[in-house]
Each structure stands twice: as C-alpha cells, then as structure tokens.
Design a protein around this ligand. Structure first.
Ligand code: SF4
Length: 477
C-alpha cells in the first residue's frame, strides 16, 4: 500500500456529454500539483493509470477518450507525501463499487488500518488513500449514506483531505476536510450542462467552465442525474487553509478563498519590500517560476529594476519540472542544475533574489553559487514564506526535520540565529524570511484561518502532538 496527495477532479455532465476529454484537460491544468503519476476512473471499469506527466500519454488520448467514454469521471495527479512512486500507488483507487482520488495526507493511517480489519500498515505496502477508502466503504454499508460515513470518518482520521469519488451507479462526489487545509472549488459549464469540482480553479478555466465558488470545508457535493446536491458532514467553523498554497503550491491563475494567487503573490512582494527595503540593490530577480509575481511586487514597491536573471531551461528533460515536489533528491538537484543565470544581467550587480520558500536549501545554495559564478557583486535573498521548521502532516512533503535547512539538531536558537545559520549555509550576503502576519495580511485572509504549522510547530488544528519520523519511516525509501 501507499499514501497519496495532489490534485483531484470530478466531472458530471447532465447532458450526457463524454467528459473524459475534459478530465484530461483539467488534469493537465493541475499538473503543477503532482508530476509523478496520473489517472482517471469512470463507473464500472477499472481505473486507468499512467506514470509521469499527463502530456506523456498524449499519443493515447484519442483511444482513452473512446474507450473510457462517459458522462461522469474523476481524475488525479499524484505527488507522494507518503509511499513510493509506482503505478500501483497511482490513483484513482477502486474499492468494491467506489473509486477514490485524494489530495491530502492521513497522518494516523496505522490506527485507521486497525479499523479496516487490522491489516498492518507500512509505507512500503500500503496507501493512506486505500485505507481511508476501505474504511469509508464499510461505513457506507453500515450507515447507508456517504454523508453519514464521512461524518464518522472525519472523527477517526487525522490529517487533511479533499476527495473525489465515483460510484458504479454513476454518481460523482466531492468532499473537503472540515478545516479546509487543501483547496477545492466548484465550476459549471453551461454549454454542456456540466459540473466540475477540482483542486483549483485553473482546472475549471481549462475546460471552459465558470468558477462558481469554493467547496466549503466539511461539505459533501453529490453530482448525479438529479443535478447538484450538497450537505455539510461537519459543522466545525475553525479554518486552517494551507498558507503554502498561496506562496508556492497553487497555480498563479487560480482563485481560492476569494483570493487570486497571482495578485496575492504580488502583494506578498509589496509587503516584503516594506519589511526588508534593500534600497541599495541594483536589481530584483525571481527564482523561476512561483516567485515571479512576488519579485515584481517587491521591485515595483521600491522602484528597483525587475529583470529575469535566472531562466529555467525548458528544453532539458527535467528543466520544466518543479523541483520541490520531485520525490528524490537526485531529481531535485538535476532540475536546479537547469536554472541558468544570465551573466549580462547579473554581472557586477547587487541582486535581490526573491524565492517562494526555503525548504531543504538545495535550490537556494545552487542558485547562489550560479549567481556568484555569473559575477554578482552582492546577493540578498528574500523568502516569501516564513522559516519552515516542522514537518507537515496535512499534505505537503516536508517529511523529516533533519532534511530542513532550519534543522538545528536540538540546539535552542532564536529566529535571528536560525536565519543567520541558514544564510551562511546557502552562502547569501543577506537572508530575510517573511512572517505569518505579513503573509496573511498580504493575502487578505485572517491569520488564524490559515495553517502555519510547518513554521510555528503548533499542531492544534490537526489535534495531534506528533512524534517526528525519519524520511524512511514516512516514505519507505
Ligand atoms: S503545515 Fe505548512 S504546508 Fe502543511 S498544510 Fe500547514 S501551512 Fe500547509
């Protein structure tokens, strides 16, 4: 078994249109949420799954759309927070007459597995999604309804989830966890009388549908021949929207919780310019790609030249991919090798480099070395996300503390000391991190409605006091 995370989609057409082509387009628009594998499921058929990018199977699209022709479909792109990257672990998964796709992490999967027949969970042989699906199917058979089953399951599960399900009776369901850790939105395409739920509105736009609203935390949506039905399976009113979505994970075109991601990132840059006004800089450059709007906002606020001093080589095999969500360190290094500085822009300048986050420090170190080789006079690095110090158990891959750049090996350090340690390690002349207050204010969402656990170490929103595990224990590597 294995554990999964990522991007999900569910589509139902009331006009009977074959929506599998739409699912493929939607998954391509969610590709930034997972690069390891993808899949789709329709009623009464085994799910179709492929490793790699959706576009990697483009020669098969015509046949897939014919063979899997259906007015209802769910789909998934995978980025593993737990478990290995194999086809077997790709989603959707099928349990009896229900197929399931999951974005999130279930942190107490071992306990949950005890409720589904006492099977022993290890990341090498299990998936949190499969355990949750098995438990859900047994709760549905005991309680008769998906909503009642989810109301019980949410109390048994620790972690985050956005699920899409499809049943053999041709109904599509979508459910978002009670705190809203991971995003989920609802769209409608009038020309086909078709509903779509997806992790992000980038998928809704990609299929020509119109964004209706966010799926509410604790909401279950059912799409069937009866149209759209909705119910709350949780009345929890506290929220913990993942703040990392706003700086790194989400697509810049997406809208979530009333905020557009591109505009939010630009405002984060403007706010950072007030926090760290490096007025003697010659140039502001982004680390491609997620930091681009923040760098623009920072430069505009201070009236400093914005330029592209670093370019991703889109023609190399790994160059176009996102390094952070690659599961293996060797692949992350390979991607960073293809971020190339432009000497003519950099040479002799004091450069402010804006990056979206500093997780392991792998990218930052490589980029600073490359900028030095390109002749930068001075390098100041400003990070749009606060220092990441603790593992995430709600769907993002920061699996073990010793891998983080901020790891102090048990030494008690102030934030200033920690920043100085990281600055030296990555080789910058100056390092400045954003803080939670600044980030929340720039996005326009109350700070206490957002999750900052990976920075604060406060796991109250998950209701746990975690024992931190090694990467091998988490991922079975
Ligand atoms: S711990 Fe960090 S990455 Fe995980 S959900 Fe919270 S904010 Fe997002």
């Amino acid at each position: 078994m294995v554990k999964e995370n990522c991007g999900v989609v569910g589509i139902f057409s009331l006009s009977g249109t074959n929506v599998v082509p739409m699912a493929i387009d939607a998954l391509r628009a969610l590709q930034h949420r997972g690069q390891e594998a993808w899949g789709i499921a329709i009623p009464n058929k085994e799910p179709l799954k492929r490793l790699g990018l959706v576009s990697g199977a483009s020669s098969e699209f015509k046949k897939i759309c014919e063979d899997y022709s259906s007015p209802s479909v769910i789909g998934h792109v995978r980025y593993s927070t737990m478990g290995r990257s194999t086809l077997e672990n790709a989603q959707p998964l099928k349990v009896k007459d229900l197929c399931i796709a999951h974005n999130g992490t279930i942190a107490n999967v071992q306990e949950l597995s005890n409720l589904v027949g006492g099977c022993s969970f290890t990341p090498q042989n299990a998936s949190d999604t499969l355990v949750a699906a098995q438990r859900l199917v047994s709760l549905i058979s005991e309680n008769g309804q998906m909503g009642k089953a989810l109301a019980i399951l949410k109390n048994e599960m620790v972690g985050s989830f956005c699920f899409t399900f499809i049943s053999d009776d041709n109904s599509v369901y979508a459910a978002r966890d009670p705190k809203g850790f991971r995003p989920m939105v609802l769209g409608y395409k009038a020309s086909d009388d078709t509903y779509i739920v997806a992790s992000e509105s980038s998928a809704i736009s990609a299929v020509g549908a119109t964004l209706q609203r966010d799926v509410k935390p604790g909401e279950l949506i059912k799409l069937s021949k009866n149209g759209l039905e909705t119910e709350q399976f949780s009345n929890d009113i506290s929220r913990a929207h993942c703040s990392f979505e706003f700086t790194y994970f989400a697509h810049p075109s997406s809208n979530m919780e009333g905020a557009n991601i591109y505009i939010s990132r630009k405002r984060i840059g403007q706010f950072l310019a007030k926090k760290f006004p490096i007025k003697d800089a010659d140039l502001v450059i982004p680390v491609p790609d997620s930091a681009r709007p923040a760098a623009l906002g920072y430069a505009q606020e201070l009236g400093i030249t914005f330029d592209e001093g670093l370019l991703k080589d889109r023609y190399s095999k790994k160059g176009p991919l996102r390094s952070f969500i690659e599961p293996h360190q060797s692949d992350r290094i390979e991607i960073n090798r293809w971020i190339i500085p432009i000497r003519e822009i950099i040479e002799g300048k004091h450069v402010v480099v804006i990056d979206d986050s500093l997780v392991r420090g792998t990218s930052s170190k490589a980029i600073i070395q490359a900028l030095r080789r390109a002749g930068a006079k001075k390098i100041s690095m400003v990070i749009t996300y606060p220092p990441i110090k603790f593992p995430c158990y709600a769907g993002i891959d920061f699996p073990s503390q010793e891998e983080l750049a901020t790891f102090s090996n048990g030494k008690d350090m102030t934030d200033e000391e920690l920043t100085e340690m990281v600055r030296k390690d990555i080789g910058a002349d100056f390092l400045g991190y954003n803080d939670a207050e600044n980030l929340a204010a720039a996005v326009g969402i109350p700070k206490d409605s957002m999750c900052f656990t990976c920075s604060s170490g406060n796991y109250d929103s998950l209701g746990i006091t975690p024992e931190f595990k090694t990467r091998i224990e988490m991922k079975g590597e």
